[in-house]
Design a protein around this ligand. Structure first.
Ligand SMILES: [Ca+2]
Ligand SMILES: [Ca+2]
Ligand SMILES: [Ca+2]
Ligand SMILES: [Ca+2]
Length: 561
């Protein structure tokens, strides 16, 4: 008889090698990124180091989407087919697979070497993007504040770093309608625009967080007091809703950076914006021979740090909207008035404190964790209870290839010991048939963990002649994770099954007595795969149609249990 169980240990070679006793990532130049320990990033990473589901639009002078330390974290418009001159997802932009260039109105969001380009202009967007989310722990280059995220490159400034407000507005609207969670605006102007203010309001009302720089002093001039001379977008949203998270820059001693604009109304928080290390735009043809660059000063980069922190916060609690995140960051700062005598209360509520901010963010989603020295993977739920994946079949029934080793956080033993021990995760209901080693009986599983005996005739009727392809053998010890329900009589499918009728391509989710359609990309968002679907289902089965499934759904995936 064919042996379906393979070694539980076998899958975990995919996990990156251990990075040592502490939580430091293995990036080549990590040791040069002194600012990360300064802003307590390593301690924050103990809680959350990645934000794989969070999209951060970087509206800037273009981003090097092929940069080796960035390309894995570039947002992809999965519904758009590249280069076919068709707007496949009907979002109004043809072939926009990685964002858009609103300066030249073309798909490629990379810098373009426009007439008069400057080295700081050409690299600006790439540097900002790298501070937010250069790929972390990939043994290459540097790490961003978030090790893994989706950066949406939207080019609205030219290669001198200048742009039109209308381009910024179009980029903001693109970000909102294409799923951005955060918009990073490391740009500033002095002209007030009602149209830009409206675009900001549209983003805010859609829950999208806008993070904006307070701006740097113009050459030869003093930094501005924005209370007297406002700048935009940082000074929008002062009246009712705080729609823009304004960021000023401080240095090593927490004193305001000389170049940083300030002001009690427009600035919400401050963080480091001096001597930062990040990515550069690499292009040997133009004599740009470095992938990495250092000594960056500016409120652009403090803004990027805050955007990265916001991504970590939202990753801990996906239900947070823009106002929630602003409040968390503003309410959990460290007071720096005592070293800023001339700028009392003019640097927002103080220095961003990511640890306190995360401590005051309730965790609504679970995550995958493992110990450094063990191969077992656990699901850590929002109440800090850990659930073991009993074996690799169980793991893959939930994470059908829709994961990577980076999605698993390595936790220290001391941290691990603080978690409560919970039930084991059971095989994903509806998708598999199981048997235990000590018995020949085959069971279907319905939600949440109920076994239904299925005899040979019913097996063939419900699952077809090749029903064995979905059969998984489990160690006897895991039988205790399930309850026994009634035998299947063949008149209906167990709840949580995925079926496709013989006359249509539509995939339906069986929810008790009803069937539900998947809208948009909710099928893959909920981590189902094609092999979970029962095909060619007879039209004799009939279910009432109930509400469709949109986005991630708490009842479908353990992330939201
Ligand atoms: Ca499109
Ligand atoms: Ca296309
Ligand atoms: Ca890296
Ligand atoms: Ca504000």
């Amino acid at each position: 008889m064919k042996q379906f169980v393979t070694s539980f240990l076998a899958i975990f070679f995919l996990i990156a090698p251990a990075v040592g006793a502490s939580f430091l990532p293995n990036d080549t130049f990590y040791n040069y990124q002194w600012y990360l320990s300064r802003i307590k990033a390593p301690a924050a990473w103990e809680q959350v180091n990645s934000s794989p589901d969070i999209t951060i639009a970087v509206i800037d002078a273009g981003i090097d989407i092929n940069h080796p330390d960035l390309k894995d974290n570039i947002w992809k418009n999965v519904k758009e087919i590249p280069g076919n001159n068709i707007d496949d997802d009907a979002n109004g932009f043809i072939d926009d697979v990685n964002g858009w260039d609103f300066v030249q109105n073309i798909p490629d969001p990379s810098p373009k070497f426009d007439e008069g380009w400057t080295e700081s202009g050409i690299s600006h967007g790439t540097t900002v993007a790298g501070i937010i989310a250069a790929t972390g722990n990939n043994r290459e280059g540097v790490t961003g504040i978030s090790w893994k995220a989706k950066l949406m490159p939207l080019r609205a400034l030219n290669d001198r770093g200048e742009g039109r407000i209308s381009s910024v507005i179009r980029a903001m609207d693109y970000a909102v309608s294409n799923g951005a969670d955060i918009i990073n605006l490391s740009l500033v102007g002095f002209e007030k625009s009602a149209a830009l203010e409206d675009a900001i309001l549209r983003a805010h009302r859609n829950g999208v967080l806008i993070v904006a720089a307070s701006g740097n002093s113009e050459s030869g001039k003093e930094a501005r007091d924005l209370d007297l001379e406002p700048a935009y977008p940082v000074c929008y949203g002062l009246d009712s809703d705080n729609t823009v998270l304004g960021v000023a820059s401080i240095g090593l001693t927490d004193e305001k950076s000389v170049f940083s604009n300030y002001g009690s109304t427009c600035v919400d928080v401050s963080t480091l914006g001096e001597r930062l290390i990040s990515l550069a735009y690499y292009n040997p043809g133009q004599n740009l021979n470095d992938y990495y660059s250092y000594n960056w000063y500016g409120t652009s980069f403090s803004t990027a740090i805050v955007s990265g922190m916001a991504a970590l916060i939202k990753s801990k609690n996906l239900s947070l909207d823009a106002s929630d995140i602003i409040n968390i960051l503003v309410d959990n700062t460290t007071d720096i008035n005592d070293v800023n005598n001339q700028f009392i209360d003019k640097l927002g509520s103080g220095k961003v404190n990511i640890i306190e901010s995360l401590n005051n963010t309730s965790q609504t989603i679970g995550k995958l964790i493992k110990l450094d020295n063990s191969n077992s993977i656990y699901y850590l739920d929002q109440s800090q209870t850990r659930h073991l994946f009993s074996n690799q079949n169980v793991f893959f029934s939930w994470y059908n290839g829709n994961w990577s080793d980076q999605d698993i956080e390595i936790v220290s033993q001391s941290k691990f010991d603080t978690f409560t021990v919970g039930n084991n995760i059971v095989i994903r209901p509806g998708t598999k048939l199981i048997k235990f080693q000590n018995s020949g009986r085959i069971y279907a599983v319905s939600a949440p963990n109920v076994l239904h005996y299925v005899d040979n005739d019913v097996l063939k009727k419900l699952y077809g002649e090749d029903y064995a392809s979905r059969l998984v053998t489990m160690q006897n010890s895991f039988e205790a994770d399930y309850f026994y329900g009634g035998k299947l009589d063949g008149s209906s499918y167990p709840s949580s099954s995925l079926i496709q009728y013989s006359n249509s391509d539509t995939i339906w989710y069986i929810d008790n007595e009803s069937q539900r359609e998947f809208l948009d990309n909710s099928f893959s968002l909920n981590s189902f795969s094609d092999q979970d679907v029962i095909r060619n289902v007879s039209l004799d089965f009939s279910y009432e149609v109930s509400s469709p499934i949109k986005n991630l759904n708490s009842s479908l995936f353990p992330y939201f249990k």
